[in-house]
Design a protein. Structure first.
Length: 196
């Protein structure tokens, strides 16, 4: 039985579309190399670190993952790399894989800033809490106090900011840290750090 030209064209078109979808899938996995369960995140972060300063592919930086926080299709990661406090932003694709869209590290005790997800602005705060004495943090933004409970380990926490006029700027002069008894312990800490 002879196939009609239109049927051959339809089969050829379907085969071409399938091949294109396979190529797109493979390309997407190369662009988004972090697995959905984040099991290879440390290796991908080491690759990113080597791209910045260490061109020797055999160099293995010491990376310790501290905490993650997911807001919409972004996952924020707090980590230590070679003694510096770092942060990364992971962007998720439609298949649930991630790419590292932002990566940074440096001195200081904390990482802080704002992130937007689904139209809501969030205040994000992260740090090491080495003495495990920080139990809470209050940020004053445009006259309002936003409280964050802090766990006793390295942490990455957030709270929605209700002020629609907030530009996302975080003033560490408006931060107060508390211990578990509610005592102000802000002066015990170097409040330096970088953005999230």
């Amino acid at each position: 039985m002879k196939r009609s030209p239109s049927r051959k064209s339809a089969l050829a078109f379907a085969a071409a579309m399938l091949a294109a979808a396979c190529l797109l899938f493979l390309f997407d996995l190369r662009t988004y190399p972090v697995q959905p369960d984040l099991s290879n995140l440390t290796a991908c972060m080491a690759d990113r670190y080597r791209q910045g300063f260490h061109f020797d592919p055999s160099y293995e930086p010491k990376i310790e993952l501290y905490d993650t926080l997911t807001l919409g299709r972004e996952t924020l990661v707090l980590f230590d790399v070679e003694g510096s406090l770092g942060r990364a932003v992971l962007e998720e694709n439609m298949l649930g894989w991630y790419k590292i869209s932002s990566f940074g590290y440096g001195g200081g005790s904390f990482r802080y800033g704002s992130r937007e997800s689904d139209g809501t602005q969030y205040l994000v705060f992260g740090g090491r809490n080495p003495l495990q004495e920080i139990a809470g943090a209050d940020f004053r933004i445009d006259g309002r106090v936003y409280h964050l409970d802090i766990p006793p380990a390295p942490f990455l926490v957030c709270t929605p900011v209700r002020d629609s006029g907030w530009d996302g700027t975080v003033d560490l002069g408006q931060l107060t840290l508390y211990d578990s008894q509610g005592a102000d312990i802000t002066d015990r800490y170097d409040l330096s750090g970088g953005g999230i």
